[in-house]
Design a protein around this ligand. Structure first.
Ligand code: HAH
Length: 331
């Protein structure tokens, strides 16, 4: 008799939500699989600024609506991603009618309009928003990332964005989201940024740790220190974009058609340890989202090496549970 496959999210039901990044095609093709294993979904791309408002005042909500309708219909939560980011945001946002840089006033009014329209549309249906994504610089001698938002609005843009989002939906949990969040130097910059936002009274309810990790690092200790540091601000933590690449970032090999035995084993061990750690901090961690649903598709197939297959999840390319699945649900 084939073993019954238990639901992934059910294994964590009284701890934290288990999410997947999705797109509408995946919901059409594999809606049942998603519903069985995940109780939170995030649009991988279809709620980004360029997808929702490609031209000023022309909103394209079809895909985003479908994702939200699917979730509401199945009783699944939605994490919104993302309102303010330097990527996948159209050029027009930062320009005035003559193509020169937009004034502070113009950009702030566009930001407010976008947030009001988008957050307002899904009021009560999206439990958490990544209000600002990746505002911190990776290089150690700089703090804020140099983006058009910073250049045109100054550092104040984060406070503004959080206030606008809170006005549009007072119930939604509002997150600052970033990657390399376990790096000690970047970790302190993120901590200081969120702390200063909180001191200014900004409605920031949580920190999103993206969790784009690999089978070698960061160490469990580094992840633990980051969780402890962020949790000390008394905000919720969401793991927002979890994947465990089988390659180190510098590894440029493109010849593999399956993970090696060593990769698979390391990945299993790491998934087990990482979810053990998440369980330890279940009073702070309220949601854990994978940046995909199964190994048949991941953004890592194209990043940082184009066309190099990756296998970063706990379900394989045929949506079957990998050994890692059994290790993480055991607890
Ligand atoms: C994330 N950036 C974004 O938040 C998400 O919207 C996108 O779909 C994929 C990844 C992560 C990132 C990184 O790990 C390294 C360099 C730049 C960006």
């Amino acid at each position: 008799m084939p073993t019954e496959i238990p639901s992934l999210h059910a294994a964590f039901d009284n701890k934290f939500k288990i999410g997947a990044a999705v797109h509408t095609k995946l919901l059409h093709a594999e809606g049942e699989f998603i519903t069985k294993h995940y109780n939170s979904i995030t649009a991988e791309n279809q709620m980004k600024f360029e997808e929702l408002q490609p031209e000023e005042g022309r909103y394209t909500f079809e895909a985003a609506d479908e994702i939200v309708d699917f979730a509401v219909g199945k009783g699944i939560g939605v994490r919104g991603h993302t309102l303010v980011w330097h990527n996948q945001t159209p050029e027009w946002v930062f320009q005035n009618a003559s193509g020169a840089p937009a004034s502070r006033e113009l950009l702030l009014s566009r930001l407010k309009e976008h947030i009001d329209t988008v957050v307002g549309r899904y009021k009560g249906q999206i439990y958490a928003w990544d209000v600002v994504n990746e505002a911190i610089e990776d290089k150690s001698d700089l703090v804020m990332r140099d983006t058009p938002w910073l250049q045109l609005l100054g550092e104040d843009y984060l406070l503004q964005a959080f206030q606008m989002a809170h006005e549009a939906d007072a119930e939604a949990l509002l997150f600052y989201n970033d990657y390399n969040e376990t790096d000690p130097i970047k970790r302190e910059k993120i901590y200081n940024l969120v702390r200063s936002l909180l001191e200014k009274g900004a409605p920031v309810h949580g920190i999103g740790m993206q969790g784009h990790w690999n089978i070698h690092g960061p160490s469990i200790e580094e992840i633990r220190l980051a969780i402890e540091r962020y949790a000390s601000l008394n905000v919720q933590l969401h793991i927002t974009e979890l994947d465990l690449s089988v390659f180190q970032f510098e590894d440029r090999r493109t010849d593999l058609t399956a993970p090696t035995a060593e990769m698979a084993e390391l990945q299993e061990r790491r998934f087990e340890e990482i979810f053990q750690l998440f369980r330890e901090y279940e009073s702070s961690i309220t949601s854990v989202t994978f940046w995909g649903a199964a190994d048949n598709y991941t953004w890592l197939d194209h990043f940082p090496v184009r066309g190099r297959k990756n296998w970063p999840f706990v379900f394989d390319q045929h949506l079957q549970p990998k050994e890692s699945f059994w290790r993480i649900i055991k607890g």
